[in-house]
Ligand binder design. Sequence first.
Ligand SMILES: C[S@@+](CC[C@H](N)C(=O)[O-])C[C@H]1O[C@@H](n2cnc3c(N)ncnc32)[C@H](O)[C@@H]1O
Length: 352
Amino acid sequence: MNSPLQDILQAHVSRGPLPAAEVMALALYHPEHGYYRRAEGPWGFEGKDYYTALDLGPLLGQTLAIRFKAAWERLDRPSLFTVLEPGAGRGWLGRDLLQAAEGDFGAALRYVHRDDNPAARRAAEEALAPWLATKQARFLNETEPVLPFVGAVMSNELFDALPAQPWRWDGQRWVKEVLTEGGPEWHAGEACEATAWFESQTDGLELGDGSIWCEALPHVVKELTSPLQHGLFLAIDYGDQASRLLAKGSDLRRFTQHSVDGAWHEQVGQSDLTADVDFTRLEGLLSAEGLQELNHVDLSRWIRSHAPLMDWEQGWMELPTADRMKRMENLLQLTMPGMMGARFRVLEGWKS
Ligand SMILES: C[S@@+](CC[C@H](N)C(=O)[O-])C[C@H]1O[C@@H](n2cnc3c(N)ncnc32)[C@H](O)[C@@H]1O
């Protein structure tokens, strides 16, 4: 039997081909049945679909505390340093950050969780309870405006969860992926910003080259950077430069039960869909919004350049063996070749 969302999708497709980005939008954000709008959370290890860097332990949050403290110092130690986290999910990164922040910086830090995912919100209420009680942390609905603030915008795997449209070079023209009653097909696209961009990509194209186009990206970038008066923009995500994504033929990915495939049109609402982030385009949009010093590096390099690894390892010697092993594993996952830290990138920009 079909799920309610599958029926809704079939009704759409019976009226004509539906672009893959619209399938992704329904699959993740249908108000009642979308993967990120349903009652039970999808994250974690056993019995879940995928995990993120936060599931591995607190070291990412601890490194962010160090990075944000340096940003706070650069801003001349303002009495309030607000960290806005769009796509904050369960609030674990906020929790790890608040837990690690100390002294005057810790006193200045305020954390704002922004994510309308109901299951994630419930988990975040628990994770952030001590700081919600002292008003150091708070929730902001996605429909509420973000008031101007000084501090930072941080996100982990927000941009890869925005609906994105795959495009391909078929040897003669650019075509986009759509869902029809017979399954996925590649159709010519109408004139739009995406077609104009793809048509400008002519260098050394080979059959099957292609990439994804996220329609909402300019809007999301503007919404997040406008209220940031001064400070750091930091996004952790997977993806690459535009030219590498094109050469790879980047497509939508489906995560279900910790396995990944390209069946984006199957089991809609029951499994996660993600797209690579085009860091070249993201950087360009951030630059247009006035951000400077834009740069992205892989997560493992970013961790190694900000975290005091020797001091940490020294400190862990005093922990019980099981806890010490967990910290070591967290560190290896974030810093070793082939592990999570090598697959993700950290993009930073500064607003003066
Ligand atoms: C892949 S999950 C990542 C969650 C969390 N950051 C983590 O690492 O576990 C993506 C989250 O982004 C949220 N999201 C998508 N678009 C958003 C937007 N425009 N503003 C805020 N949250 C958004 C979804 O509801 C979902 O909870």
